[in-house]
Design a protein around this ligand. Sequence first.
Ligand code: SIN
Length: 358
Amino acid sequence: MSSITGITENSPHILVLGMGGTIAGLAFNPEDSPLQYEAGQVGVEELVGHIQSAVPEGVKLVSYQLANINSRNLTDAHLTALGTAVREALLDAVVKGVVITHGTDTIEETGLFLQATCGKLAQTQAKRVILTGAMLPSNAPGADGPSNLLDALRWASTAIDNCPGGIYAVMDGRGCMAMDLAKRHATALNAPLQNSPSSSVGLINPSWLSGVKAVQAAWNEDLPIPQENEWPWVEILTSHAGARAETVAQWLKSDVRGLVVAGSGLGGLHDAWVEPLDKAMAQGIALVRTTRTGAGRILPNIPEADASGCRAASALTAPRARIALQLALNAAKQANLAGKPLTWQDFFARIADLPEIR
Ligand code: SIN
């Protein structure tokens, strides 16, 4: 029996974990104003009930509500609970795959988190973990949640030789690695993966699949899941015209452990931030530099040489780099306690330097 969910089902099944989001949302006046709604209102059992008749024969579903929130309110504690439940499910012989219904606003963070903490386990256990969500609330005309959930369930229960075990996401008929999610549109039905390397879920694209296998071959070891109260505090700052030194300087008085700076263009920072950021690094605050453009790889020492406490984020967007830095700081702390002289940069590199799928 899983200690997180307390589920006692002994026959093979797909576990559906509910986190909330628009897929579980209700509009107040769905016909006239479908985008005026509250996320996280419908239980995961009810969502599964709506599509049960279309689930392939012989596939048993067991659902569990881990949270029912608007994902903009996602906390470190939610991620600890989700990661722990996914790891338990992957180790449980009767769970054949996991589907997670989630809000799309921060699905990007959860995707990176699950890849970094459960990706290897999913691969070695030959099980798929599939995140999905919706852009329209569950009672809106043409709601996209039911078809997304059905696609995710079908894919989670498809024979593994079609595509290896791992952490994936499904939206609008397409699948991607969950670490490639990035919501880049406010309303489009494919918003969380429209700019991500992806494949049709019905017919897996061989070129995408070979990219997935290259990433998985390079991903050797999952990072530890931080305990609920042990997540290092990491913030995102965005460089912009008119930036002021005080914006950075105020963090020097806080307990922040890391800063992700979304620079302009190639990841360059406003001159006003150079001195306070040097002070931050001298104080032991970890610094990661990415770009506010939302796409492209940030390289070390471009456009200027990086200080030794600063690391370029490669292709990680700011939200993903923030989670990666939290996990890297925590992993380095655990390694040091075990007598291993590894740094946060060593762990961050494992995530940031993975091959890119084209
Ligand atoms: C949320 O992220 O919970 C709300 C938005 C969405 O799911 O699309």
